[in-house]
Design a protein around this ligand. Structure first.
Ligand code: NAD
Length: 491
């Protein structure tokens, strides 16, 4: 076991793999820089074929005993795991604000408590799954949720701790063993999760972490036919590749992908409330899959709405995510900054008008001004494609039907927001083809509720029973309630 750790502002974290309960290193590594100021945080091990193989073997070995424990005993382990995450709350805040640029305040008040809940809530929920039965006049059907086996979890960089635990909780509670391939631009919180799992006494091999880049380590992992499931959150191009690769092995995938969600403001909306919520779309520098990024505003109220939202946007505190007062932090990586800038420059060249923002922010090299573009065509690149940065578009409409048509006229279908008189806004929301939509609100979530996208935004749903349906082999054990005698005339 190697003892080499990185020191991230006083927090010590391993940059290596965690396989079979042990840290292991690779000869290859990649550099990790902070999005705050581009400083080198350290070198992270890059998993090769041997590390992926070792992790799968460790997970396979650990599987029978973990699966046989039963939900109740697993809950004991997982409650301790959640506690160990809580004990490291400050460390998680420091790591994720430094490597992913997530606001420290958001980590402390939102992400870390949610990460703990992601583990403990699913552990509790798994107890109820065991009880399902269907009784007919012929037989008792005992519906079992059996663990599927070894599960690969692949997460993106925009909220690594929240997304890893959101998958890990149900996967482990169901009795699977897991290999996490964290995002190469923000891998540190996943490494600390391994320390929490170890401290909680999770048996070796139940949770494994293989660090590495997507095109190398990630690709090796998802190509392995020994996997029972692949749970992926990330971009559409990667998802297509994973789905094809997993398809060759008939390994089921859950795919949570990008969004280009509408933010609809009807003519009878509370404009001030809508504008205040609108400014929230710049949270995490716009690197939020579920943000409403296409503003569709009724023509009669567009001018007033724009001025109100401008007021909220001008008051946003932009700066270092480690400062408790900061509301908008940096963009994850120089490549992502270039991508965001490219989208804006091309839109402006094509005739878009900049309502605010539109350029790099003077705070630092990886900061971009909260931006709103208007005069954009429905079929333009900026309206049709996910930017994943602090860049929004605004279009107007003249009827509810036109709002619905514009909202649905993209390939994505993740989420949405609709502001207006409640009954009318609800009726519009029901016609928007997405996996979820908030009426006169934003961001209300519940672990029991389904989460996921339609169209190019994904395949499958996570949350509550939906997570268990994916991570389990559902099996019907049929016991007749009167003596059964074989007969060819029987169906
Ligand atoms: P990405 O697809 O580039 O990478 C996601 C993960 O996949 C990373 O860990 C990466 O290393 C890995 N990966 C890349 N290529 C791979 C391959 N060939 N095989 C296996 N793994 C591979 O996405 P990203 O840029 O990290 O994340 C941003 C995207 O994630 C956006 O599109 C965003 O909308 C989406 N996202 C969706 C949700 C959701 O719940 N729907 C949540 C957060 C982010």
């Amino acid at each position: 076991m190697t003892t080499h750790t990185l020191d991230i502002c006083g927090v010590h974290v391993s940059p290596h793999h965690y396989i079979g309960g042990q840290r292991s290193t690779s000869p290859e590594s990649f550099e990790l820089h902070s999005p705050i100021d581009q400083r080198l945080l350290g070198h992270v091990s890059e998993g090769g074929a041997e590390h992926v193989d070792a992790a799968i073997q460790a997970a396979q070995q650990a599987f029978p005993a973990w699966a046989a424990l039963g939900a109740e005993k697993r809950k004991g382990f997982l409650d301790r795991f959640a506690e160990e995450i809580g004990k490291r709350a400050d460390a998680f805040c420091v790591l994720e604000s430094n490597d992913a640029g997530v606001l420290l305040s958001r980590m402390r008040h939102g992400v870390v408590p949610r990460a703990m809940l992601n583990i403990s809530w699913f552990a509790e929920h798994a107890l109820r799954l065991q009880e399902r039965q269907i009784e007919t006049d012929q037989a008792l059907h005992r519906i079992r949720h059996d663990p599927a086996g070894v599960v690969a979890i692949i997460t993106p960089w925009n909220s690594p701790l929240m997304l890893a635990t959101w998958k890990l909780g149900p996967a482990l509670a169901a009795g699977n063993t897991v290999i996490i391939k964290p995002p190469e631009w923000a891998p540190l919180s996943s490494s600390l999760l391994a320390d929490a799992a170890n401290a909680a006494g999770l048996p070796p091999g139940v949770v494994n972490i293989v660090q590495g880049r997507g095109a190398t380590t990630g690709a090796r992992l998802v190509s392995d036919p020994r996997l029972a499931r692949i749970s992926f959150t990330g971009s559409v191009p990667t998802a297509k590749w994973i789905a094809q690769t997993a398809g060759a092995n008939l390994v089921p995938c859950s795919l949570e992908l990008g969004g280009k969600s509408p933010f609809i403001v009807l003519e009878d909306a509370d404009l001030d409330n809508a504008a205040a919520t609108g400014a929230l779309m710049y949270r995490n520098a716009g690197q939020v899959c579920l943000a409403g990024t296409r503003f569709l505003v009724h023509k009669r109220v567009a001018g007033a709405f724009i001025e109100r939202m401008r007021g909220y946007v001008e008051r946003l505190n932009i700066g270092d995510p480690r400062d408790e007062h900061t509301e908008v932090g940096p963009i994850i990586h120089p490549r992502q900054v270039e991508r965001v800038k490219g989208f804006v420059d091309r839109a402006v060249s094509a005739g878009a008008k900049v309502l605010w923002g539109g350029a790099l922010h003077p705070y630092g090299a990886q900061y971009f001004q909260p931006t709103m573009l208007t005069d954009v065509a429905q079929d333009s690149e900026i309206v049709q494609n996910e930017v994943f940065g602090p860049v929004l578009t605004l279009q107007t409409f003249e009827s509810d039907a036109e709002a619905v048509r514009l909202a649905n006229d993209v390939d994505y279908g993740l989420g949405g927001v609709c502001y207006g008189e409640t009954a009318r806004a609800t009726a519009v929301a029901e016609q928007v083809h997405t996996g979820f939509i908030w009426v006169n609100s934003f961001g209300i979530r519940d672990l029991a509720a389904p989460f996921g996208g339609c169209k190019r935004s994904g395949i499958g749903r996570e949350g509550g029973d939906w997570s268990f349906e994916f991570f389990c082999d559902i099996k019907d054990v049929i016991v007749p309630n009167k003596p059964f005698r074989a007969s060819f005339s029987q169906r």
